[in-house]
Design a protein around this ligand. Structure first.
Ligand code: BTN
Length: 264
């Protein structure tokens, strides 16, 4: 099974994600939940990987559901041991968007992804991928990086509520892609970028800001400290969203419950 999954993987991914590290499930609840549970019980550790063909209770951020038809998309989670400077940990979701975005651009020549803060990837304004990073502190600090990348799903296969707002690689390549091959590429990029790019974060921030979907748009954000309305200005040093309100004040947003775009 491991041979089948890892066919065509770069050497570095093959070495780090050996058979004992990889679980590819035909069906599960949520790969993030599976891995969080294994980490909590001490059965999993750094670089354990769970991939699923189908998730019954796939989760997005803020409790949203993440829906994908069976066997079409890449749905996976892997564990990263968190150490070093704690103040850089909040950069991990942004680093993930950078890694995934660069992989996508490498296989879609001439296309530029849009990075919708905090960590969605869009193509031509439609959602291509979602990222859910969750952390635990005990028994040891770990992050679970969960990625849903729309790979081979065709227009009519999206659930009706997503058809107008989601896209897939298939819709741009007009052919199917190998999910295991793509997975190997993403993992290779993580192996070379983590954790070093959390501290040398400026190129990551700049890349994301150049592709920022919210920059220049009129926004209304629900945050823990209240409603903030203004123009998206870019990203702060750790990937925070900066928004300029009508009175000229620049707000630095770490997280938001809800983001509304005036023109959408
Ligand atoms: C979002 O856009 O809100 C984030 C979506 C993240 C979905 C992925 S699919 C694999 C992993 N398992 C989950 O339950 N969620 C993430």
């Amino acid at each position: 099974m491991h041979d089948e999954i890892t066919k065509g993987w770069p050497d570095s991914s093959l070495r780090a994600f050996g058979p004992e590290k990889v679980r590819w499930l035909s069906r599960t609840g949520s790969t993030n939940d599976d891995l969080l549970e294994s980490l909590r019980s001490g059965e999993a550790g750094h670089l354990d990987l769970v991939v699923a063909d189908y998730q019954e209770t796939g989760r997005g951020r803020r409790g949203d559901r993440w829906e994908a038809p069976p066997g079409k998309n890449l749905l996976f989670s892997f564990a990263l041991s968190l150490d070093g400077d704690r103040t850089t940990w909040s950069r991990l979701p942004h680093l993930t968007a950078w890694i995934l975005g660069r992989v996508v651009e490498s296989i879609l020549p001439g296309e530029t992804v849009q990075a919708k803060w905090p960590n969605d990837l869009l193509l031509h304004g439609k959602k291509l991928a979602g990222i859910l990073v969750e952390t635990i502190l005990t028994p040891e600090p770990f992050a679970v990086v969960g990625i849903g990348l729309n790979v081979n799903v065709k227009g009519e296969e999206f659930p009706p509520e997503l058809a107008a707002i989601a896209t897939s690689l298939y819709q741009h390549l007009e052919c199917e892609s190998s999910r295991p091959f793509l997975l190997g590429l993403v993992l290779r990029e993580f192996l070379s970028a983590y954790p070093n790019k959390l501290t040398t974060f400026d190129p990551v921030r700049e890349w994301l800001e150049e592709r920022s979907y919210l920059k220049g748009k009129q926004l209304r954000l629900e945050t823990a400290s209240g409603i903030i309305a203004g123009t998206g200005r870019g990203l702060g040093g750790s990937g925070e969203l900066t928004v300029e309100s009508g009175d000229g004040i620049l707000h630095t947003i770490i997280s938001a419950e809800k983001i509304e775009i005036a023109s959408e």
